[in-house]
Design a protein around this ligand. Structure first.
Ligand SMILES: C[S@@+](CC[C@H](N)C(=O)[O-])C[C@H]1O[C@@H](n2cnc3c(N)ncnc32)[C@H](O)[C@@H]1O
Length: 355
């Protein structure tokens, strides 16, 4: 196996360093529903019967769609951020990948070494990462462009890099800021994604605005988990987005964010209620589940929920009989505005059959 010569110092020793695999949930992500999967599965089992398709339209990490991913169910998984899309595509959309080739390429990338600066180390080194890790991340990302043989393989390699970079980031789990004192000296190590290719045959993975996509699809169960407050995911995860897209844009300010206007979500803005109403109006499905955080009133205005529970219920009722399921839940927060008695709510609507 030979990969293109790259004008860098490149010591590739064929050592077996990458046998350990990572799973879809092995990632820090605000609002991820990994701890809520049992509740979601129970609601679907008790109310929806046997299902043929499940759509996770604000998928984030994709853990919810993933827990319904088997040979019988078609999973549609979608997110506005490209950095989430590549990972969704890897875990839920991979159909043809040759495992041994992916393993070899990840091993090759792990063994790359460089002392030279690049786009990533200049902007993010000694800030979000040690300078050594930042140089390596930039070098690996550039190399992925050169060695990927197809879009599926490229997505898997980028996903491996995103998960590995997040493990060594000098942050509290998001990229609004980095720790002033460097506190993360572990060396970057790419692992192999643990993909169940057999389950992905009928799946669809997309990178669209949910309100546009909803007009084009139909499914048995539609799971809706939009952002709850004014914190844009494109602000929180700008660095991973930048790494995934790799257009090497100019970055600004202390947090080194690129321009993100095209990634703004209506669900974080004043128009959130209208966006939600439009989304529900245009659904074509038999069951709707909605997650929306009961964050209560926080002293940080940015943490307050954009849509009220009563409005969600009113809108869902236009589609059919609706109710709320509740469970105590310890949310992942950045540690600043934790609210007491945190409950995760899932709104459920059994959609009326159209005559
Ligand atoms: C609360 S998180 C979803 C978490 C996810 N359920 C999980 O378990 O990881 C909301 C997600 O919606 C995405 N998003 C925001 N606005 C969107 C839009 N208009 N269309 C599609 N996705 C959007 C964000 O990028 C973010 O990943």
């Amino acid at each position: 196996m030979l990969y293109p010569a790259i004008n860098e110092v490149c010591n590739w020793q064929k050592t077996s360093t990458t046998k350990k695999k990572f799973q879809i949930q092995n990632r820090r992500f605000l609002g991820n529903k990994h701890k809520l999967l049992d509740l979601i599965k129970d609601i679907v089992k008790e109310n929806c019967g046997i299902i043929d398709s499940f759509c996770d339209i604000f998928a984030g990490t994709g853990v919810v769609g993933n827990c319904f991913n088997d040979e019988k169910i078609k999973v549609i998984s979608n997110d506005l951020l490209y950095s989430n899309y590549v990972s969704l595509r890897t875990f839920l959309g991979t159909k043809f990948l040759i495992q041994s080739e992916l393993d070899n390429k990840i091993e090759y990338l792990n063994n790359l070494e460089t002392n030279k600066d690049n786009y990533f180390s200049i902007n993010f080194g000694n800030r979000y990462f040690t300078i050594e890790n930042a140089r390596k991340i930039g070098f690996i990302r550039e190399t992925i462009e050169e060695i990927s043989e197809n879009a599926e393989e490229k997505a898997a390699l980028i996903t491996s890099l995103i998960y590995a970079a997040d493990k060594v980031a000098n942050t509290v789990g998001h990229y609004d800021a980095y720790r002033i004192k460097m506190d993360s000296y572990s060396r970057l190590k790419l692992l192999v994604p643990d993909i169940d290719i057999e389950n992905n045959a009928r799946n669809m993975v997309l990178n669209e605005d949910a309100n546009r996509l909803v007009r084009k699809i139909s499914c048995d169960v539609l799971y809706i988990d939009p952002p709850y407050n004014s914190r844009q995911y494109s602000d929180t995860y700008h660095l991973l987005e930048n790494l995934a897209v790799w257009g090497k844009p100019k970055v600004y300010g202390k947090a080194k964010k690129m321009k993100r206007t095209h990634l703004k979500s209506n669900y974080c803005l004043k128009g959130a209620l209208d966006a939600f109403k439009d989304l529900i109006e245009n659904t074509r499905c038999a069951h709707i589940l909605v997650s929306y955080n009961n964050t209560g009133e926080s002293k940080h205005g940015r943490s307050n929920a954009r849509i009220k529970d009563k409005d969600i219920l009113t809108i869902l009722k236009t589609k059919g009989e609706s109710q709320i399921f509740e469970r105590e839940y310890q949310a992942f927060t950045a540690g600043r505005s934790i609210t007491n008695n945190h409950k995760e709510r899932i709104f459920y609507c059994k959609v009326k059959k159209q005559l």
